[in-house]
Design a protein around this ligand. Structure first.
Ligand SMILES: [Zn+2]
Length: 262
């Protein structure tokens, strides 16, 4: 579709189907970390969330009804990582599947001796290449409180969506992108190794130890803190913060406003 038609359609959606004011205000009140950015960014977030709602299909599982309020809460948080990259970065999927609570998935891993071990994994969310994004409403609902621990399931899954579409270095653009991307990835890998060693030694970490699973998980877990507790991330992972600032083209710690609702 030509860019001008796309822009025209988006303007029409923003005009005809904006997120209603009460619904937006309720979302901001319930998830105060959203409000701690500039007025301009908040307006941009609201517009992007409006377009997100027009493009995506929400489905509740096992009789769960996804209300408008729930959809707005998910859309606003999903758009945070894409805010300065553009909504195109979230176009790798259409469906958002919402469960009432965490989903138990049966996993199997094969060890070095070829023995298969089966175990259950509790999932609060999951993003698959080309597939729907799955979220547990209970975790989304608690995002206002869990922000203090740097936890946010929606940001986590949508960081994966961005990663799956364009790689971790999505936001980097430079005259010499190849070498800059290489340096960026090398730096993140170093921080991931350092973190994994801390977890191995049972040292306390600000980020969830789950981040030690893989480089992709490290990126997604750090992204959660980056958007909901950026000052803590900058303090506890001071070399990771600037990497995410470059990847997402945002600097939330620099503009973090006092909690207006506190
Ligand atoms: Zn993950």
């Amino acid at each position: 579709m030509p860019a001008w038609i796309q822009r025209w359609r988006q303007q029409r959606t923003l005009r005809r189907r904006p997120i209603p004011e009460p619904s937006w205000q309720l979302t901001l009140a319930r998830f105060p970390f959203l409000t701690r950015r500039s007025e301009g960014d908040l307006l941009e977030l609201r517009n992007m969330a409006t377009l997100f709602l027009a493009q995506k299909e929400f489905a509740g599982m096992r009789g769960l009804e996804v209300t408008d309020e729930m959809a707005v809460a998910i859309a606003a948080q999903a758009c945070l990582p894409a805010l300065k990259l553009g909504l195109d970065w979230l176009d790798g999927f259409v469906g958002v599947v919402v469960h009432e609570d965490a989903v138990v998935a049966r996993r199997e891993v094969e060890d070095e001796d070829g023995i298969v071990h089966a175990f259950d994994e509790e999932l609060a969310g999951e993003a698959m290449q080309g597939g729907p994004v799955m979220l547990a409403w209970r975790d989304v609902d608690e995002a206002g409180e869990s922000a203090a621990e740097g936890y946010n399931v929606v940001v986590h899954e949508f960081a994966h969506v961005i990663d799956m579409r364009g790689g971790l270095t999505a936001g980097l653009d430079d005259v010499d992108p190849q070498s800059r991307r290489g340096i960026w990835l090398g730096s993140l890998a170093d921080e991931f190794e350092r973190f994994a060693r801390q977890v191995d030694r049972n040292r306390p970490t600000f980020l969830d130890p789950y981040a030690a699973e893989s480089l992709e998980e490290f990126f997604a877990v750090a992204a959660e803190a980056f958007f909901v507790a950026p000052l803590d991330l900058a303090r506890h992972q001071k070399r990771v913060y600037p990497l995410l600032r470059d990847a997402f083209r945002q600097d939330p710690a620099a503009t973090w406003r006092p909690d207006a609702t506190a």
